[in-house]
Design a protein around this ligand. Structure first.
Ligand code: LLP
Length: 462
């Protein structure tokens, strides 16, 4: 295996006779058995990350952000690990319920929770609700929710992968802003709700963050705000939830810091900023999604059409990479002006992250792991849309061809959970691998599943 790929592949990845194995299971065999596209989730990788978060935050809680990948078996795994769960819709809540997840360990998010969702949270006995708006405070009072409450604050810090900006986050559909006194008002109103109990505040400053200084600043602003709240109406939080957001490596030139180091840094900021203002230090909780499941899974596709267009690859930079920088460093690229489209049997319906965010990924061929990758290719899906690209520029073996099994690592988070049926393509299955065994934890969607919802013009079922 190219050693640099170990950053992005699940922990159990090894190469045996030129083929990729995860958790002792041959990926080519998995593709034969379950078909492609196929998501393969390595249980050990997920568990290692979860345990390291839990140990770093002990005795406080880690709420796995279900939005990254939500299905019954993943909820069961999170439950067995003793973690808590962040859900943000009635659908995610229902998935947790179906998994038998203890509701006391569930936290409910959302900028537009409906009355029906709040009633479900009340009836199920959801442990915590993160209050997001004044309208919601009124709904909570009407519904008579008895959960613990945290008020979501937008601290005016918006973090991106390698930098952060200030004040940007105030223009957000989420939470209450600090600037105009909305946060203080909300805290006061939430503290007056009779049935529920206000325990603290919440902030989430972005996703795929590597810039830890953004967390330091957000913590500092929250401490200043909470000092104000203490002075105004003697409220002191026992809980501070700093959301999710820690980044992972998608390509070999990114390095993922161990979650425990990042957690330590946030813990230290909380201790420092709250003590400095004479406040009791609240218990810190976090809501990691991507950094728990992202690098625990790969997606396996089958290569179909390979199309070469000579001389059109003009976005070539002189410094060894393409102009948009979405390349793998250290490999020869600048001279290749042929565009090579490698089309696979999935696409933006199972992973919309390139069209949505310009996301970067690596790729490898599970059936030819020892072949050198020197041909610059664009990995495309099979949707009827030019923008249906999975990876803009990635090296593959020069003779990449029909039947090869193309794998994209680091696809555990925000792929299946954002999947669609565009062009009536069905959603892939998820197979969990562990100790040489494979278990299908989400079955492949069939065309019957999709057509089942359709009605004829007269309203009758098919
Ligand atoms: N907590 C809250 C309140 C959130 O909004 C999110 C993510 C998380 C926790 C988990 O953040 P994580 O640890 O996964 O970064 N679809 C986008 C990511 C959207 C993130 C939404 N909120 C993507 O594919 O990159």
């Amino acid at each position: 295996m190219q050693s640099n790929l170990s950053q992005v592949l699940p922990d159990t990845a090894v190469v045996v006779d030129g083929r990729l194995q995860l958790a002792g299971v041959d990926v080519v065999d998995l593709a034969d058995r379950f078909g492609t596209p196929l998501i393969v989730l390595d249980r050990a990788s997920l568990e290692t990350r979860a345990k390291s978060y839990a140990a770093a935050l002990e005795p406080a809680r880690v709420f796995y952000a279900g939005k990254a990948l939500c299905c019954v078996a993943v909820c069961e795994m999170i439950e067995a690990l003793g973690l808590s769960l962040d859900v943000c819709t009635g659908g995610e809540l229902e998935t947790a319920r179906a998994a038998g997840f203890p509701m006391e360990r569930v936290l409910f998010h959302g900028n537009n929770k409906s009355v029906g969702e709040l009633e479900a949270a009340r009836d199920l006995g959801v442990g915590r609700i993160v209050v997001d708006s004044h309208d919601e405070i009124s709904r909570l009072a009407r519904v008579g929710v008895t959960s613990k409450l945290l008020v979501r604050i937008t601290p005016g810090v918006e973090a991106h992968t390698h930098h952060y900006i200030q004040t940007g986050q105030e223009d957000s559909k989420f939470g209450f802003t600090l600037a105009d006194g909305a946060a203080l008002d909300a805290l006061r109103r939430a503290s007056e709700l009779r049935s529920a109990g206000l325990v603290g505040v919440h902030a989430h400053i972005g996703s795929q963050i590597f810039e830890m200084a953004a967390f330091d600043l957000a913590v500092k602003r929250l401490a200043v705000f909470l000092r104000e709240a203490k002075d105004a109406f003697a409220f002191e939080p026992t809980e501070l939830n700093m959301g999710g957001g820690l980044g992972i490596a998608y390509t070999d030139d990114e390095i993922t810091p161990p979650p425990a180091d990042s957690v330590q840094r946030i813990l230290a900021a909380v201790e420092r900023e709250f003590s400095a203002l004479g406040l009791a230090v609240p218990e810190l909780s976090l809501e990691p999604g991507r950094s728990l499941v992202g690098s625990s899974a790969i997606t396996v596709y089958k290569v179909g059409t390979v199309k070469r267009i000579p001389g059109v690859r003009t976005d070539v930079a002189v410094d060894g990479g393409t102009s948009d920088d979405s390349y793998q460093k250290g490999l020869p690229s600048p001279e290749q002006t042929d565009r090579v489209y490698v089309s696979v049997d999935g696409g933006m319906s199972d992973n919309p992250r390139y069209p949505l965010y310009g996301a970067k990924y690596q790729a490898l061929l599970a059936n030819r792991m020892n072949d050198e990758s020197t041909l610059w290719t664009t990995v495309a899906g099979k949707h009827c849309e030019s923008g249906d690209i999975l990876i803009k520029d990635v090296p593959l073996p020069v003779d990449v061809r029909e039947g090869d099994l193309l794998c994209i690592p680091a696809t555990g988070a925000y792929t299946y959970s954002m999947a669609s049926n565009y062009n009536r393509i069905t959603k892939p299955p998820i197979v969990m691998v562990e100790d040489g065994k494979a278990v299908e934890i989400v079955r492949r969607e069939t065309l019957d599943d999709v057509l089942k919802l359709d009605r004829r013009l007269d309203g009758s079922a098919l």
